[in-house]
Design a protein around this ligand. Structure first.
Ligand code: NAD
Length: 266
């Protein structure tokens, strides 16, 4: 279903926008997509970080003309819309949107403030809605599209101190299934990855603060992990690649738990 067949790779000819792709899981997804032949709009809030990702990918052999960067604060409604417009303009269309940017600041039922609740709803849930809403007309023009939402295993019940965060990811899962049904006739697919514990810049920052120690990974985290390691952005990227590519062309409304053990919610 790609609109072009130039180049090689599982995403050859496709245009992808990956939000929050200057670090962590987003950078992993953008990198793999580019290596698989996609033209990728990298997104973040910091131009320097965006250019750093682009130069790393160029060094890894990705053609310059397959990469661009656009800065946007996804808390801002107009900036969400402008980001999608830019993806459509810079590469002349849009096939794949990955809603990855998110915040996972902790909060229990007792200490979650109204500000934290509203902030996480805006970034983790409203922004994916706005971006998808803006992307759909571009995908209709192409005749197909794939939206991949990055959720969390916390979508099902969540951890004790992930109150509003868990709700955003649960809401995102309902959004995924609802919109998948609406868009199936347009051949626009909407799927979600419910991601388990993954080692990223953001996770390191949060865990160091929460556990109050720099060695949280080796001392606390790794001994609890079934495979003795945390997931990596690359592990998540391989799952995103499946949903982005035509290999999953008849799969929509699906949620994949990318985790080291069955997710039950504890
Ligand atoms: P990260 O902090 O490395 O990445 C988050 C990205 O979101 C950053 O690139 C950041 O610039 C972007 N972002 C934050 N606020 C923004 C704003 N206002 N406007 C635009 N962009 C903004 O963290 P990560 O671990 O790579 O997380 C990526 C996604 O994966 C998130 O949605 C997170 O909820 C999800 N996730 C992560 C884990 C994990 O263990 N790391 C587990 C489950 C789900």
């Amino acid at each position: 279903m790609s609109n072009e067949t130039s180049g090689r790779g599982r995403l050859a000819g496709k245009v992808a926008l990956v939000t929050g792709s200057t670090s962590g899981i987003g950078a992993g997804i953008a990198g793999l997509f580019a290596q698989e032949g996609a033209r990728v709009l990298i997104h973040g809030r910091n131009e320097e970080a965006g250019q750093r990702v682009i130069s790393q990918l160029k060094q890894a052999g990705v053609p310059d003309e397959h990469l661009a960067f656009h800065a946007a604060d996804l808390l801002d409604v107009e900036q969400c819309r402008a980001l999608v417009r830019r993806a459509g303009e810079v590469f002349d269309g849009l096939d794949v949107l990955v809603n990855n940017a998110g915040d996972f600041t902790r909060g229990t039922i007792d200490d979650t403030t109204v500000e934290l609740w509203d902030f996480q709803m805006a970034l983790n849930l409203r922004a994916p809605f706005l971006l998808a809403q803006a992307a759909v007309p571009l995908m209709r023009e192409r005749g197909s599209g794939s939206i991949v939402n990055i959720g969390s295993v916390n979508a099902y019940i969540g951890g004790q101190n992930l109150t509003s965060y868990s709700v955003t990811k649960g809401g995102l899962m309902t959004f995924t299934k609802n919109v998948a049904r609406q868009l199936a006739r347009d051949h626009i697919r909407v799927n979600q990855l419910n991601v388990g514990w993954t080692l990223t810049e953001g996770e390191h920052r949060v865990q160091t603060k929460e556990m109050g120690r720099e060695d949280w990974l080796e001392a606390v985290a790794l001994p609890t992990r079934p495979f003795g390691c945390l997931l990596s952005p690359r592990d998540i990227a391989f799952a995103a690649l499946y949903f982005a590519s035509d290999e999953s062309q008849l799969v929509t409304g699906s949620v994949l738990d990318v985790e080291q053990s069955p997710v039950g919610g504890s």
